[in-house]
Design a protein around this ligand. Structure first.
Ligand code: SF4
Ligand code: SF4
Length: 356
């Protein structure tokens, strides 16, 4: 934990929950709202799910397979139903229900905050924003594995932005940091847990990342501005299968396609939206069979420029949050950290040549 985060945590009020109290707290939350939390999915995999029983919740997990975006931008949804004979259409109701997301890692919520930016700017996206209403997020710390690198993109493990409460595990339970008024209300209404006056008895352990980007994150847009023609893109494309897994699991990828499904009566139908991804061959295919990004090298280049240059320029934040999903689940074992560090190597080489 770096000193700044340690200081910001120290300044917050906190209570202590042992594990039983924590599960009781999840049960208390379930009486007030729908609770979504990480659950075990397979042998070594986890998934955010609606909770029926607090015992299902896993506190210590590296990452879920899919990010939180599936709750706000579903993989497939009907935008409207139409009737061409009556020249009419009807939009399905989008429920805005009270939801509490428990056990969320900081990079995960940062991914969602970046999606907020994209769907709020320009033409606000009603369906997404409606689902974002009435949501609370409770954070939890994690231990970085071989794929996490969020500190390299400016997101500390203990980044509190967007959380109402933050759980820091101790041997015997959790220190629960009260981040805002909503969190304070929940803890007060729950009425359990011991208030902590000082944290002298609690050793908050600094956690290190095993992998990192060689340059400070502030310099990455400049690197990407200068590596458009790098040989690295071609090298990666020799291994890449173009499967799109990296897009579909990324918390900040939000591209979608829209398709009309027409019934056999040739009159009624529905317009559907579903996830798409720039690594898929069909993504830049247009009428006449022209494909603007057919080579895999240009697809990877586009994907990474979206994360580290284009959206960073317009939104002010990098659009990679360092979750490591694209590397961990890539069937060709392509690692985004290796790509970025190779590009940095190329960029540094260019700078040296300019100086000579
Ligand atoms: S997951 Fe790996 S193999 Fe699939 S498109 Fe992405 S980089 Fe290529
Ligand atoms: S690009 Fe990869 S590491 Fe970065 S946010 Fe997306 S899935 Fe995570």
């Amino acid at each position: 934990m770096n000193q700044n985060n340690f200081t910001s945590l120290r300044q917050l009020k906190k209570v202590f929950f042992d594990e039983r109290t924590t599960r009781g707290f999840i049960s208390f939350l379930s009486d007030r709202a729908k609770v979504i939390a990480p659950c075990k999915k397979g042998e070594n995999s986890y998934s955010f799910e609606y909770i029926q029983n607090p015992d299902e919740v896993v506190f210590d997990y590296p990452r879920t397979i899919q990010p939180l975006k599936k709750f706000f931008l579903p993989p497939r949804e009907t935008l409207f139903n139409f009737n061409t004979r009556e020249n009419s259409f009807s939009e399905p109701d989008i429920e805005s229900e009270d939801r509490i997301f428990f056990g969320v890692h900081a990079y995960e919520l940062q991914g969602l905050l970046r999606l907020d930016h994209c769907f709020e700017e320009g033409h606000p996206e009603y369906n997404y924003l409606r689902r974002r209403e009435n949501t609370l997020f409770i954070g939890i710390s994690y231990t970085p594995d071989d794929w996490h690198f969020s500190r390299s993109v400016g997101i500390e493990i203990e980044k509190l932005e967007g959380f109402c409460l933050y759980f820091e595990p101790l041997d015997s339970g959790f220190l629960v940091f009260i981040v805002n008024e909503a969190g304070k209300n929940l803890v007060e209404l729950f009425g359990k847990g011991a208030e902590i006056d000082n944290d002298e008895n609690f050793a908050l352990v600094e956690k290190n990342f095993r992998v990192k980007i060689k340059f400070h994150h502030n310099r990455l847009p400049q690197v990407f501005e200068n590596v458009y023609y790098s040989k690295v893109w071609e090298e990666i494309s020799r291994k890449c299968l173009g499967c799109g897994t990296c897009n579909l699991l990324c918390p900040t990828c939000y591209c979608f396609d829209v398709r009309d499904e027409i019934e056999l009566d040739a009159t009624t139908g529905k317009r559907e939206r579903f996830w798409d991804g720039c690594m898929l061959n069909s993504f830049a295919l247009v009428a006449g069979g022209e494909n603007f990004r057919d080579p895999l090298s240009s697809r990877t280049r586009h994907r990474l420029h979206r994360k580290f240059k284009y959206l960073a320029d317009s939104a002010g934040d990098l659009f990679c949050v360092g979750c490591g999903r694209c590397s961990k689940y890539c069937p060709a074992k392509i690692n985004i950290i290796d790509i970025i560090n190779d590009l940095i190597g190329d960029f540094a080489g260019q700078q040296k040549r300019v100086l000579i």
